[in-house]
Design a protein around this ligand. Structure first.
Ligand SMILES: Nc1ncnc2c1ncn2[C@@H]1O[C@H](COP(=O)(O)OP(=O)(O)O)[C@@H](O)[C@H]1O
Ligand SMILES: [Mg+2]
Length: 363
């Protein structure tokens, strides 16, 4: 073969490869990224002068896709894979030869490699964008649902507030009118107790919907957090649950309503204690991270099922037996955190228990 003919043949192989890579990427299934990358390395291998002696690898994050597992790397060329202008991986070609004088890479082969690396980078970029969009969409849908629930709940709470106050007021009146009638007074006490209980539920609902007046102050979180934990000392003892407060800083300043902060910690700890096994430990942490203050509460309880994780912050969601829970605690916490412009997340931890993470903006 003449050298021109040879060169032409190589050029055709390269163009075929570029065309192949484009169509592999065009038809790629985002769920099967590895398969796509595998097809690309195989296509590249064919495009080189000595396909039998050539092996191709794509290294990307912690993934490695190759044409051959046992590579003798005598001669190599490579090209960076950039994703959003950052080098996130590498495309490497090995030529397996003992005599580098006899055969070597062509200049065009490096160009081909650069070209394919660019295409792979664009492809991985597209996948990243798609992934982010899906998770953002999911998050927004979730937040939307919670805020709609918040509005509905606020409406119900308002409607119930006045009649409940009336029931309480008139029951108290009747009680003083019928003071001599022991049985009537006993019945009235039951009415009053139940009305008070309902009023508490309404109050919690209003908290969830952020309908309670807020008193924002410049506060040091540390003593407030420790106090909230201390308030539950007796409960910890009674339930035989241990706890450990891990705060390195003496001061963590933020703008917050101190009563509401106490309420957050309280609600989370009461749940954590409830789900803790005997002698289990609850860890309470607080620290600074960039512009935020993070509070973490972890237990060694049962953690969450996937379904529970989706629903824990919804009002009235509870897995506790009737009488034990109203399903309002976490929705109240969510409402308070949101009104402080913070976020709260729930997840399972390595001890199979639950971890709640609150992020609040630092002052
Ligand atoms: N620490 C935790 N471990 C496991 N599950 C939890 C934990 N905290 C909350 N949950 C789940 O979230 C549900 C809702 O909690 P919450 O809103 O406080 O209402 P309640 O405590 O009245 O059930 C609980 O019933 C439980 O299923
Ligand atoms: Mg609760």
């Amino acid at each position: 073969m003449t050298t021109t003919e040879q060169a032409l043949k190589e050029r055709i192989k390269e163009l075929t490869c570029l065309y192949e890579v484009s169509s592999i990427i065009g038809n790629a299934n985002v769920e099967l990224i590895n398969d796509t990358l595998k097809a690309i390395v195989l296509s590249l291998k064919k495009a080189f002068q000595y396909p039998d002696k050539t092996d191709v690898i794509i290294d990307w994050e912690d993934i490695s896709i190759f044409t051959n597992e046992f590579i003798k790397d005598d001669l190599t060329i490579h090209s960076d894979i950039n994703i959003f202008n950052h080098t996130k991986g590498e495309l490497i070609v090995h030529l397996n030869t003992t005599d580098s004088n006899e055969i070597n890479f062509l200049k065009e082969e490096q160009l081909l490699l650069d070209n394919v690396a660019l295409k792979v980078g664009n492809f991985l970029e597209r996948i990243e964008i798609q992934k982010n969009e899906t998770s953002l969409k999911r998050q927004m849908e979730h937040t939307d649902r919670l805020s709609i629930l918040g509005e509905i709940t606020a409406g119900i709470a308002h409607e119930l507030n006045t009649p409940l106050a009336n029931i309480l007021g008139f029951a108290e009146l009747l009680k003083s009118d019928l003071a001599v009638d022991e049985k009537a007074v006993k019945d009235l006490d039951k009415i009053i107790d139940n009305a008070i209980f309902s009023r508490e539920v309404v109050k919690k609902l209003m908290f969830f919907a952020c309908e309670m007046p807020q008193k924002m102050k410049h506060i040091n979180l540390v003593p407030h957090l420790k106090n909230a934990v201390k308030l539950l000392d007796a409960t910890f003892k009674k339930e035989q649950v241990k706890h450990s407060v891990k705060i390195k800083e003496e001061e963590l300043w933020l703008r917050a309503d101190p009563i509401q902060i106490t309420q957050i910690i309280f609600n989370l700890l009461i749940n954590a204690i409830y789900f803790s096994p005997k002698e289990g430990t609850i860890i309470i942490e607080a620290f600074k991270k960039k512009k935020n203050i993070i509070i973490k509460i972890s237990d060694e309880g049962k953690g969450f099922t996937a379904d529970e994780l989706k629903k824990v912050f919804q009002p009235f969601f509870t897995t506790k037996p009737i009488g034990d829970g109203s399903g309002l605690g976490l929705s109240v916490v969510h409402g308070i955190v949101a009104s402080h412009k913070g976020t709260i997340t729930a997840e399972n931890n390595i001890k199979n228990g639950a971890t709640f993470t609150i992020t609040l903006p630092k002052d």
